[in-house]
Design a protein around this ligand. Sequence first.
Ligand code: B1M
Length: 210
Amino acid sequence: MSKIEEIALAVQGGKAKIIEGLVTEALNEGIDPIKILNEGMISAMGIVGEKFQKSEIFVPEMLVAARAMKKGMAVLQPKLADKENVSLGKCIIGTVHGDLHDIGKNLVALMIESTGFEIIDLGVDVAVDKFIEAIKEHPDVKLVALSCLLTTTMPALQETATAIKGSGLKGFKLMVGGAPITQEFADQIGVEGYSPDAASAAQLAKRLCA
Ligand code: B1M
């Protein structure tokens, strides 16, 4: 079995104790960190999601898989982050209210940070007011990024975007993303940017704020 397959199985099985060692071994073997992330960890979470949909596993299993993924990501993080120290400004990021998913958001934050933004991470289940307060606290913010993983929290995303747009606060761009979000939805709610994954989110962030 390849190291990538071992990592994928460890994530699927929620083997948080061994994942750090496996990722370290993979890095030492010279495997590209992006490959470890995409083929080892993100694809494993896809399988976890499919099994959940088929009721082959339940929320606790999803949770332990998520914990294992986070542990693995912590090892990968320094390898993914670009060491260039150019500041493109501040980016406020959070998962919208009602939504507790943060792995994708964390990955997007990491990739945006790696292009040179300073990240202000508000976490998950972020109330509309909390986004607005954070923007007021950081009037020099260049980008506000909203993550949403559930079809049931898409209205919360729309509500948050509309409130931010309607607040009269200016000087920043608004971008959205997450599994159920599409370019069409982003256009419909009137935000400046949408991207489907973490790598393109970082490119978009840079483009929007250039
Ligand atoms: Co949840 N969950 N979950 N879950 N969960 C999904 C999302 C689901 C698709 C599983 C399924 O049914 N197949 C499903 C949603 C269905 C839907 O809405 N259509 C689902 C459900 C139903 C639920 C609950 C309702 C289950 C329940 O309680 N009955 C519940 C809801 C809780 C809540 O939020 N209120 C729930 C709970 C959980 C856990 C807490 C157990 C756990 C989350 C732990 C955590 O995040 N700390 C969890 C997990 C782990 C998943 C799956 C398996 C994996 C999510 C993940 O981390 N993926 C997920 C199935 C799946 O995604 N295949 C599922 C890996 C991550 C790297 O990808 O998050 O998509 P992703 O992020 C990507 C892109 O979306 C994008 O870039 C990222 C990286 O490339 N992206 C952005 C994300 N944010 C972006 C922002 C951007 C741009 C791009 O710009 C700002």
